[in-house]
Design a protein around this ligand. Structure first.
Ligand code: GLP
Length: 246
């Protein structure tokens, strides 16, 4: 795992965009794993700028979202499908329909999980997976305590995650769904490259476990220590609880 501490969210976005630009230069039809939350937003801005400048094209890219809330209707602004459409797909030349997500509106959620895992397997899993991290150490929506080799599954959001995400729902925790579908930790680990972005003090404890802790299901992101090509990009606030200088 490579850790890089950079001063600003823009510098982090630029370093992450470099990794994606390099991938697309060597493989224009790459499979890209996308993340939601506030952490990747500067990256999506930077990717849009590079697309507008003619440096990169997503015309042949297929995307797979990490996760989706259960219980939000089609078109809800905080549905992750809507989020990704708004913040990336519609801003670049990704074809409509090329950014896939689990069908969290299905009557049969387990079947939706299985279908999503099968679609990712058929595509050969992601070449590069963008990740954020929850304050409780979740990646995707893999909350603490689950198996480290899970596939796409239904998960229950922790109180902490719902509190953290209430800011996207006018501060109303009751409006935050209680369940989600997420790629499993095993699914995420199948990506050839992982790029995790963490900014702000709220992430410092999770980052300390990720970088310096033991691999532990109570801090799900620590499974990344077993990945052969994982890049962790953090700002000084997110790095503030690391014991060693990096
Ligand atoms: C959300 C998403 C995660 C994201 C995390 C951090 O709940 N499901 O994929 O990484 O929480 O969000 P933020 O970047 O807004 O702190």
């Amino acid at each position: 795992m490579e850790l890089i501490v950079l001063d600003t969210a823009e510098a982090i976005a630029s370093r992450a965009a470099d990794a994606i630009e390099a991938l697309l230069a060597s493989k224009p039809n790459a499979i890209l794993g996308t993340a939601t939350g506030s952490s990747p937003l500067p990256l999506y801005d930077e990717l849009t700028r590079r697309y507008e400048a003619g440096r990169i094209s997503f015309a042949q890219v297929e995307g797979f979202m990490l996760d989706e809330y259960v219980g939000l209707p089609e078109g809800h602004p905080e549905r992750y499908a809507t989020f990704m459409e708004r913040n990336l797909r519609s801003r670049v030349d990704m074809r409509p329909g090329s950014l896939h997500g689990p069908d969290a509106l299905s009557e049969d959620l387990q079947a939706a999980c299985d279908a999503y895992e099968a679609a990712m397997a058929a595509a050969g899993y992601c070449d590069l997976q963008i990740l954020g991290i929850g304050a409780d150490g979740h990646i995707g929506f893999n909350e603490p305590g689950g198996p480290l080799d899970s596939t796409t599954h239904i998960d229950e959001l922790t109180e902490q995650t719902r509190r953290d995400n209430a800011r996207f729902f006018d501060g109303d925790i009751d409006a935050v769904p209680t369940r989600c579908i997420t790629q499993g930790l095993g699914t995420i680990m199948k990506a050839r490259k992982l790029v995790l972005i963490a900014t702000g003090e709220n992430k410092a404890e999770a980052v300390a476990h990720l970088v310096e802790g033991e691999i532990d299901p109570r801090w799900p992101a620590t499974v990344m220590q077993n990945h052969p090509d994982a890049l962790v990009l953090v700002d000084p606030a997110a790095a503030s609880l690391l014991r060693q200088r990096h």
